[in-house]
Design a protein around this ligand. Structure first.
Ligand code: GMT
Length: 369
């Protein structure tokens, strides 16, 4: 098949999933064209059958903002026409699904598959300034997927659409051979390492990560690694300085090599306000790192409480800290949970069967399945 994949190139789960699906499809012999404002972080290496198209919205003095959605729709139509695309797979509804529907109007026969990732439904999509168009995009796409049952149900509840939505979860590949050298400088003198990875947006509740750490450090020697960047980083760094533990927290900024960080981590913290799936948690699990997270959204579909880690009420930093202390004091329990987490991540959320499901969906919308 010839497939166009549209996604954001910022660090974030939807761009990661889109790129990894594209790479997996290309490895299976399909021709893949990725359309994005810049090269997505996971699109590294030079591989056969995978092509990148940069989308740029030209400005003009009359425009208050450059119309990115129109530029994206035009690029999709152009690539579809000249490379014979059969499908556009839009990752994150806004604006990729709407742009794909415009391209479908321009290129008869082109099919549109939309994958809903989370905030495109739960935060941004339900905002009245976007809701009617998100609803239309869900209704009019030839195929729609959601990354968890929670997100599918939220979509039905919020938009009241009457159509099938396939649940196809996120996936991980078995980790490579990361060298765990970083433990020597991240956690000198046999201290443990807590890790958080996110885009530091309010929905991630990074201040809760720090509050958990603050409680844990009173009980056990520990360091915290904060990977990523975003609007709440400044406040988070200031908090560490004000509370006198800045030297124990490492803010790495955005990192491509999260595998090495996870290979040096003992526990992963994800106390989000909402999370449709929690790809970062799944990646930690793939590295045998137990997860302590909030019991929200799709996280219970990924992390089994008491098996792969612990789920606590959102904002309950005391319970999360108690879980962390328990696990850091009990190497056997931590190892048992880490092994269970890895088995689940690489079993239930293995790449192969999940890419099979996307492939089957493409064939279905093309009338081949
Ligand atoms: O807001 C974010 O966390 C980024 C967002 C994205 O679109 O990149 O992540 C969402 O999609 C990921 C991949 O499907 C999911 O694993 C995340 O849980 C989801 N984020 C939220 O629902 C907050």
């Amino acid at each position: 098949m010839r497939i166009g994949i549209s996604c954001y190139s910022t660090f974030g789960g939807s761009g990661v999933v889109a790129t990894e699906v594209g790479k997996a499809l290309a490895a299976r012999g399909h021709e893949v064209h990725i359309l994005s404002p810049s090269v997505p972080p996971r699109l590294v290496g030079f591989e056969d059958r995978i092509n990148f198209h940069e989308v740029r919205a030209t400005t003009y003095p009359l425009f208050e903002d450059a119309p990115y959605s129109i530029a994206l729709g035009s690029k999709m139509a152009d690539v579809a026409e000249h490379h014979g695309l059969e499908i556009i797979h839009a990752h994150y509804a806004i604006p990729h699904a709407m742009a794909a529907l415009l391209a479908r109007m321009a290129i008869p026969g082109l099919k549109v598959v939309t994958t809903l990732h989370g905030t495109d439904i739960t935060v941004v999509g339900s905002d009245p300034s976007y809701l009617p168009m998100v609803k239309m995009a869900i209704r009019e796409s030839d195929g729609v997927t959601a990354v968890s049952e929670y997100l599918r149900d939220e979509t039905y509840r919020t938009f009241g659409v009457d159509r099938d939505i396939d649940v196809i979860g996120n996936f991980v590949e078995p980790p490579g051979q990361e060298s765990p050298d970083c433990r020597a400088w991240l956690a000198p003198r046999a201290t443990s390492v807590l890790t958080h990875i996110s885009n530091f947006r309010p929905v991630k509740r990074v201040m809760d990560v720090l509050k958990v750490f603050e409680l844990v450090r009173r009980e056990v020697p520990v360091r915290l690694v904060m990977v990523g960047d975003g609007p709440d980083r400044v406040e988070a760094e200031a908090y560490c300085r004000d509370r006198g533990f800045a030297s124990e927290v490492r803010f790495t900024g955005k990192q491509l090599d999260i595998g090495t960080v996870l290979a040096c981590s003992d526990l992963f913290l994800l106390p989000s306000a909402t999370e449709s799936f929690g790809l970062a948690a799944l990646e930690a699990m793939g590295h045998r790192v137990p997860v302590i997270a909030s019991r929200v959204g799709g996280l219970p579909e990924v992390v089994r409480h008491g098996v792969d880690g612990y789920l606590e009420a959102m904002g309950d930093v005391e319970a999360m800290a108690a879980d962390a202390v328990k696990l850091l004091r009990d190497d056997d329990l931590r190892r048992t949970m880490g092994n269970a987490a890895r088995e689940r991540a690489l079993g239930t959320f293995a790449e192969g069967p999940i890419v099979d499901r996307y492939e089957a969906l493409y064939r279905r919308v093309l009338g081949q399945g």
